[in-house]
Design a protein around this ligand. Structure first.
Ligand SMILES: [Zn+2]
Length: 112
């Protein structure tokens, strides 16, 4: 899990425009690779200082850290199959009605 504030080392350069582009690419990569550790939502970044960005979840706010997007997607898949197993084990006891399994809908619900 990562912290919310991204510190980028100050580099010796007189080309501040190139430095800004470098920082933007770094932050964009972090936003694409990580999600909120609390709700697994998409992160956003604000420019906090010349070499600092604050990356956080717009729903939860700063302070909850990040998980990799891969970790969150893997957990969602495992959670879905836990649900299927629990449903099959408890449907008779709880009197649940079984719906036909729709693979396309399940994949769509998981974001694929
Ligand atoms: Zn969140």
């Amino acid at each position: 899990m990562m912290n919310d504030v991204i510190f980028v080392e100050e580099r010796e350069t007189n080309e501040s425009h190139d430095e800004q582009i470098y920082l933007d690419i770094q932050v964009k990569g972090i936003i694409e690779k990580y999600v909120c550790a609390r709700c697994w939502g998409t992160l956003i970044a604000t420019h906090a200082h010349q070499y600092h960005y604050l990356v956080f979840c717009p729903d939860c706010g700063p302070g909850f850290g990040f998980h990799t997007r891969y970790f969150a997607q893997t957990k969602q898949v495992y959670s879905y199959w836990d649900y299927v197993e629990a449903f099959n084990n408890l449907k008779d006891v709880l009197g649940l009605k079984e719906k036909p399994f729709d693979e396309n809908k399940a994949l769509k619900d998981l974001g694929y």
